[in-house]
Design a protein around this ligand. Structure first.
Ligand SMILES: [Zn+2]
Ligand SMILES: [Zn+2]
Length: 273
């Protein structure tokens, strides 16, 4: 058996992660979904092509919420390639009114009911509500024939619902937005600092690291830290914080597990789930 025949056919690929744009591809190489289109349609197509994914392989788009860093290129991408769009009903209202998205064809809109599993391309998907100040903010949990992935980005705090979905996943994309000290000492105006650190803002390195240390099991394949702030974080600080929390709990990562931050603008390449 060669190396590639042992790999799962299911992949995750991040094209961009952070407040300047978010876009992920999940599924098989020849057929999959985008989660968020927060970069330009041109950039999405470039990332797809660089990763040997044909644009026509994108069969659906799931949206986490209507903030611009998650929907910037949605209207243009779906104008060029009409693709069904799945989101919470409140988010769809937000898209219909949003400056960058109001021209999106409403005929493509599909409402997602939180905590109600639905199937697309043989993938079982469950959306769950997250505490964030975007309209109808959701996280997504995927079950690809037993390979599980949860994407939990833009979360003000980890409530029990989010924790449950992450806890049962073998692949985790979790926000590590800011280093508390950098945010406190940084130049952001006080109300913005309060919003970021508040219950409807973003997760700090420490909040996500503590939680990962609490739920870690050796079966976990990938832990990917997402949506790192450009001004209030660095990939090194986010990783240091995670290793610190793991060692505080005497947790040793299994050789099976990889941990890494998602780059802001670069693609991760194929991550096999
Ligand atoms: Zn965001
Ligand atoms: Zn947001």
């Amino acid at each position: 058996m060669d190396l590639f025949s042992c790999l799962s056919p299911f992949v995750f690929c991040s094209f961009a992660s952070g407040s300047s744009g978010n876009c992920y591809y999940v599924g098989k190489q020849d057929e999959g979904l985008l989660v968020d289109v927060g970069i330009s349609a041109k950039q999405v197509k470039e990332h797809l092509s660089r990763n040997d994914i044909r644009t026509e392989s994108v069969k659906a788009i799931l949206i986490t919420h209507d903030h611009i860093d998650h929907v910037l290129g949605l209207e243009k991408f779906t104008k060029d390639c009409p693709t069904p769009i799945y989101a919470h009903s409140d988010c769809l209202l937000g898209l219909a009114e949003g400056k960058a998205t109001k021209g999106t064809d409403h005929g493509l809109f599909h409402e997602v009911e939180p905590m109600q599993p639905f199937g697309l391309l043989g993938i079982t998907i469950e959306a769950f509500p997250v505490m964030h100040d975007g309209r109808g903010a959701l996280g997504y949990c995927f079950d690809f024939e037993g390979h599980t992935l949860t994407i939990a980005t833009d979360i003000g705090m980890l409530d029990n619902v989010v924790k449950d979905y992450i806890r049962r996943s073998d692949n985790i994309v979790i926000e590590a937005n800011y280093d508390t000290e950098m945010l406190e000492k940084g130049r952001y105006p006080f109300p913005l600092k309060q919003r970021i650190a508040g219950p409807f803002g973003h997760l700090s390195n420490e909040e996500s690291a503590r939680f990962i240390a609490e739920i870690y099991r050796p079966e976990i394949k990938h832990i990917m830290l997402c949506h790192l702030s450009e001004n209030n974080n660095t990939p090194e600080l986010a990783m240091q914080c995670l290793y610190h929390q793991l060692s505080r709990r005497h947790v040793r990562l299994d050789t099976n597990t990889s941990v890494f931050p998602l780059p802001r603008h670069r693609s991760t390449g194929m991550v096999y789930l």
